[in-house]
Design a protein around this ligand. Structure first.
Ligand code: CMP
Length: 142
């Protein structure tokens, strides 16, 4: 079915100047960008977004990294968008990511791994709403 998922192009990938290359991966896979913006996350925004990880040992480093520079947050729409985006990204650890995936190509460590993508329908709904009001999402009917 047609789904929406949240993508974040993380500070390492923005710094490498590959926003367009990553957008092209989405478009070539048939995913449509229905909302997008660049922003520099505050500590509070990053902590709230990653609240489910707050007891993990990497939480403080994750928040520090995600607030280290601008990110590009987007809502992607398409058939099976959640799984499709996760396939395009590859494994969380770039060392384990399949050849040709975004993380294999643009990332080198698990901490700075180029992109985030929602992992389920429940998290996709929460994550899209975390960054976008409903009037900022533009359904792509043509
Ligand atoms: P992301 O999909 O943005 O969700 C949480 C992030 O924490 C993850 O990508 C990784 O960049 C980072 N991270 C660091 N260490 C780990 C780990 N051991 N397991 C999962 N995620 C980790």
């Amino acid at each position: 079915s047609v789904e929406r998922t949240l993508s974040i192009i993380k500070p390492d990938a923005v710094s490498k100047n590959v926003i367009g290359k990553i957008f092209s991966r989405f478009e070539e896979a048939g995913l449509k960008i229905v909302a997008t913006k660049m922003l520099h996350l505050s500590k509070e925004q990053a902590e709230g977004f990653y609240a489910e990880h707050k007891e993990r040992p990497f939480f403080n480093d994750l928040v520090a990294f995600m607030t280290s520079g601008p990110v590009v947050v987007s809502a992607l729409e398409g058939e099976n968008a959640i799984v499709k985006n996760r396939e395009l990204m590859g494994a969380t650890n770039p060392q384990e990511a399949a050849a040709g995936t975004i993380r294999a190509e643009f990332a080198s460590t698990i901490d700075e791994n180029a992109v985030h993508g929602s992992d389920s329908e429940t998290s996709a709904a929460r994550e899209v709403a975390y960054f976008f009001n409903s009037d900022e999402v533009c359904p792509r009917t043509r």
